[in-house]
Design a protein around this ligand. Structure first.
Ligand SMILES: *Cc1c(COP(=O)(O)O)cnc(C)c1O
Length: 396
């Protein structure tokens, strides 16, 4: 459930008017350093890595949307993830959702494994599976909910309850749900991560990341890492992200409504094997999703084909009008992609299949175009793809 602090009214008025000039748009403080009155005496800022007023406006806005006390802005979503992993020490362990974002998997396995951090990949929609992997080295349970690209949903409150008072912290990557649908801190999570690149920006025009917390000591540690390792978001991108967030609620609701309509249409299509969308009553986690996500299921959905071939998926993703073939999601323009060949390429095929990412899986991100136009485009794209594959086979 979301509280009022994600309403359009709250969002718009959580963005401060510049006290110096009255500028209704947050000023872009494009500066590296801040002049001091005397050594150590300043107006709250001393150096651009340590703090910047434009960044502060963004961080306070996102903290309020997530009902947290502090947020920290990073250069990318992965930089935000990296900062959270840096809270750990060699020997510590993470239990992570098994179909985790490909870039997080790559970071964990190819960067942090050699520093002695071990990650167990578990189906976190199954509480018993989590319990089986908890040991005295476990520091984080790491969720994405819904996941990418099979839109699996984990019960955040139940998992938080499971580890209450254990010293294990719950990290939730809230990129796919956004605070409009789900506020993990209010469900018992300790740390929220966002790829601001996606819905928060909403216009596919920047990359950014955020970490949100609600506890003072944890906030101090994240802030320390942000400054000590330096992967901050620059003032221009902070400004652009604030601007994007102004319409987050409008966009996300519209995209969710359209995606539900498209998902229902795909379910009835003869070429489709399975549709993954938590808004469908056939989705295995539909009930918990409906409850946990405020009845909003987001703009991303994926599907597999009866003919489970990469070749057919290729033809379809290249011939669907309006859907641009690109990685990323959550923007105003609809996108289509083939996760096995694009976003999830860094995950070995065997692991991908285990997580339900079949060869023919296609992911779409619904933009703000009209639902009827998108439905029509997908129907035509599927037909064109099937015909193109038949032709290719006939020629061979
Ligand atoms: C895109 C994404 C990330 C990584 O964010 P970047 O901004 O691309 O670094 C992390 N988690 C999820 C769920 C994502 O979709």
């Amino acid at each position: 459930m979301s509280t009022n602090n994600t309403s359009n009214t709250h969002i718009i008025h959580a963005i401060p008017v510049d006290p110096l000039t009255g500028s209704i748009s947050v000023p872009i403080y494009q500066t590296a350093t801040f002049v001091q009155d005397a050594p150590g005496v300043n107006k709250g800022y001393d150096y651009g890595r340590s703090g910047n007023p434009t960044r502060k406006a963004l961080e306070e806005l996102v903290a309020s949307l997530e009902d947290g006390t502090h947020a920290y802005a990073f250069a990318t979503g992965l930089a935000a993830i990296d900062a959270v992993v840096k809270l750990l020490s060699a020997g510590d362990e993470i239990i992570a959702v098994d179909d985790i974002y490909g870039g997080a998997y790559r970071l964990f396995t190819q960067v942090y494994e050699k520093f002695g951090i071990k990650v167990h990949y578990v189906d976190t929609s199954d509480l018993e599976a989590i319990v089986q992997h908890i040991n005295d080295k476990t520091r984080f349970i790491w969720l994405e909910s819904p996941t990418n690209p099979t839109l699996k949903v984990s019960d955040i409150a139940a998992i938080a309850g499971l580890i209450k008072d254990s010293g294990i912290q719950l990290v939730v990557d809230n990129t796919f749900a956004t605070p409009i649908a789900q506020q993990p801190l209010n469900l018992g999570a300790d740390i929220i991560i966002h790829s601001g690149t996606k819905y928060l920006s909403g216009h596919s025009d920047l990359v950014a990341g955020l970490v949100v917390v609600k506890e003072e000591r944890l906030a101090e540690r994240v802030k320390f890492i942000q400054n000590a390792t330096g992967a901050i978001l620059g003032p221009n991108d902070c400004w652009l992200l604030v601007r994007g967030i102004e319409t987050l609620n409008l966009r996300f609701r519209h995209q969710s409504a359209t995606a539900l309509q498209v998902a229902k249409f795909l379910e009835t299509h003869p070429e489709i094997e399975e549709v993954y969308y938590p808004g469908l009553s056939t989705h295995p986690n539909h009930e918990i999703a409906a409850q946990q996500q405020n009845g909003l299921f987001g703009g991303v959905l994926s599907f597999t084909l009866k003919n489970d071939s990469v070749e057919l998926a290729d033809k379809i993703v290249c011939s669907t009008r309006y859907f641009k073939l690109a990685e990323s999601l959550g923007g105003v323009k609809s996108l289509i992609c083939s996760p096995p060949q694009m976003t999830h390429k860094s995950i070995p095929r065997e692991k991908r299949l285990q997580a339900g990412v079949k060869d023919s899986l296609i992911r779409i991100s619904i933009g703000i175009e009209e639902a009827a136009d998108l439905e029509q485009a997908i129907a035509t794209g599927l037909n064109t793809g099937v015909l193109a594959l038949q032709e290719a086979v006939a020629i061979a």
